[in-house]
Design a protein around this ligand. Structure first.
Ligand code: G3I
Length: 434
C-alpha cells in the first residue's frame, strides 16, 4: 500500500499528466448570529437544520491567481506524501458510466493523475452501494467495483468501502424491500457476500467499510430511522439499538476480521441529539466487539459547525477508544439552510478562497489535535472537483436558491488545485492556519 514514500507509478503518472497538459496546478435551530457566510445545518441527502459559530477569518494565501481563470495554486507537494505514514487521505470518485467517471469522463486520464498524485485512498461515491453490488438475492454484480478497486490496487492506494447497509431510496435492492423470509439471515448473507468478494479478489486493498450508513433519525420517537432494516429488525427491547446494526456488523467482522468497521452518519457534530444517538450506536457495538470507529460525514459550511463542535464530537469517540474518520468532507461557501431564505451566491474571489483555505486547515488541525495517531482513520473529501460535487444538485433549489456552484472541494473544475488544498497541507506540515 501507499505510504508517504512516493511510488514509482506516480512519477510515471505525473509525466503523463505533464505531457497531456493537465495537472495539479436536523435539529435545534439557533438563528445565525454571524455575517455573510453564516450558520446552519450539516447537510446530507436528507438532513435538516441547526445553528452557529464562526471560525476566525483568514489572511494570505500562497496562490498564484489568474485574473480570469479559477483561483488556483501550483502545489509543490503531493498531499498524501506529507501526511503521517499510513494516514489515509481519501477522495470519493465516480466510476463506471457515471458522470465524472474516472474511467470514462473526457478528462479521465488527467483526473486519475491528480487523484494518484494527491490521495492514498478511494471511496466509491455510488457504485459500491447495495443495489449496485447486489441487485437480486442470488446475483452479485462486482464488475464496476472491481475496476475501481483494481485501479486503487494498481496505484498503491487503499479503498474505504461505502456502504454495506443504507436505507436511501433506490440504493435498497427491491428484493430486500419485499423480503419474505429470514431477514437477518438475508442481511448477513448480503454483508458476507460483498465483504468476502473484495477480501478474496483484492486482499488488503479494502481496508475499511461503512457497515451501516445513517441509522439515526431524531424525528423518530426513539431516534432511529424507520428504514426497512429497522422495521424488519427493530431493537430487541426499549433502550437498545436496532438488531439490524448488530447483525450487519457481526457479519462484516466475521467476513473480514482485520478490516476496520465504521458506523457513518451526518449532522452529528453540532447536533447534540444526533451525536448522542451516534454514540449510543458506537457504544453498543463496541460492547459486542464488532466496531472499530465512527465516520463523520462532515458536509459542512464556512462557519458552521464550530471547531469546538468538531472537537467535542471527535473527543467523545476517542473516549470510547474508537477510531474517528472524516468520511465525506466538503465545505460549501454558502449555506441555503441558515434561515430566512437562501443567501445570494457570493463571488468566489481571492478573499473567499483564502477563507476556505483557512477553514479546511482548521478542520484538519482540530482533527489532528483531538484524535491520537492510533485512532486516526483518516479523512476523505466527497468528490475531486467543485463541479462534480453532489451539492450542485442538492443546493440547486434548496430554500429557493439557484446556485451555479458552491465551490466545496479542493480542486477547480479544470483540475487545478485550490488554495483549500494548501490549507489541508498546512495543517499536516504544522504551518498553522493563518
Ligand atoms: O448514473 C446515473 C445516470 O446514468 C442517470 O442518467 C442519472 C439520472 O438521474 O442518475 C445517475 O445516478 C445518480 C448517481 O448519483 C450518480 O451520479 C443518481 O441519480 C443520484 O441519486 C446519485 O446521487 C448520489 C447520492 O449519494 C445517492 O446515492 C450522489 O452522487 C452521492 O454523492 C451521494 O452520496 C451520499 C453518501 O452516499 C452518503 N452521505 C450523503 C452523501 C450525499 O448525499
Amino acid at each position: 500500500m501507499k505510504t508517504n514514500l512516493k511510488p514509482i507509478t506516480l512519477l510515471v503518472l505525473a509525466a503523463a499528466l505533464t505531457a497531456c497538459g493537465g495537472g495539479s496546478g436536523g435539529g435545534t435551530t439557533t438563528p445565525p448570529a454571524s455575517s455573510s457566510s453564516s450558520s446552519s445545518v450539516e447537510s446530507s441527502s436528507s438532513s435538516s437544520s441547526s445553528s452557529v459559530e464562526s471560525s476566525s477569518s483568514s489572511s494570505s494565501t500562497s496562490s498564484s491567481v489568474s485574473s480570469d481563470g479559477p483561483i488556483a495554486i501550483e502545489p509543490d507537494f503531493d498531499l498524501y506524501a506529507i501526511t503521517p505514514s499510513d494516514f489515509p487521505v481519501g477522495v470519493a470518485v465516480s466510476a463506471a458510466n457515471e458522470n465524472y467517471s474516472i474511467f470514462n469522463h473526457s478528462d479521465a486520464a488527467e483526473r486519475q493523475s491528480v487523484i494518484s498524485r494527491h490521495f492514498s485512498q478511494l471511496t466509491a461515491g455510488n457504485i459500491m452501494k447495495m443495489s449496485y453490488l447486489h441487485p437480486q438475492e442470488d446475483t452479485f454484480t462486482f464488475g464496476d467495483a472491481d475496476q475501481l478497486v483494481g485501479f486503487a490496487a494498481t496505484n498503491g492506494m487503499t479503498v474505504h468501502g461505502h456502504a454495506l447497509v443504507w436505507h436511501s431510496g433506490y440504493q435498497v435492492p427491491d428484493f430486500m424491500n419485499n423480503y419474505d423470509g429470514d431477514f437477518a439471515a438475508m442481511l448477513s448473507d448480503h454483508v458476507t457476500g460483498v465483504v468476502e468478494h473484495f477480501e478474496t479478489e483484492f486482499p488488503g486493498v479494502v481496508t475499511s467499510w461503512d457497515v451501516v450508513n445513517e441509522a439515526v433519525d431524531q424525528g423518530a420517537g426513539d431516534g432511529f430511522r424507520r428504514s426497512v432494516f429497522y422495521n424488519e429488525l427493530p431493537p430487541a427491547s426499549e433502550g437498545e439499538i436496532p438488531e439490524y446494526l448488530k447483525v450487519a456488523f457481526q457479519a462484516a467482522r466475521d467476513a473480514a476480521p482485520d478490516v476496520d468497521l465504521y458506523y457513518n452518519d451526518y449532522d452529528n457534530t453540532a447536533n447534540e441529539t444526533r451525536l448522542n444517538k451516534t454514540l449510543q450506536i458506537a457504544e453498543a457495538l463496541n460492547e459486542e466487539g464488532t466496531i472499530d470507529g465512527v465516520g463523520f460525514q462532515m458536509h459542512v459550511y464556512m462557519t458552521y459547525p464550530s471547531l469546538s463542535h468538531f472537537e467535542n464530537a471527535f473527543q467523545q469517540v476517542v473516549d470510547l477508544g474508537l477510531k474517528v474518520k472524516i468520511t465525506e468532507l466538503d465545505v460549501a461557501v454558502v449555506n441555503p439552510y441558515g434561515g430566512g431564505g437562501a443567501p445570494a451566491l457570493p463571488e468566489y474571489d481571492e478573499q473567499l478562497a483564502d477563507e476556505q483555505k483557512q477553514r479546511f486547515c482548521e478542520i484538519t488541525q482540530v482533527y489532528l489535535d483531538t484524535v491520537p495517531a492510533n485512532l486516526r482513520g483518516g479523512f476523505t473529501v466527497w468528490g475531486l472537483t467543485d463541479d462534480e460535487s453532489w451539492l450542485m444538485n442538492q443546493f440547486a433549489n434548496a430554500a429557493g436558491a439557484n446556485y451555479d456552484d458552491v465551490w466545496p472541494l479542493l480542486f477547480n473544475a479544470n483540475l487545478s488545485a485550490k488554495p483549500a488544498l494548501q490549507g489541508v497541507a498546512d495543517a499536516f506540515t504544522g504551518q498553522g492556519c493563518n
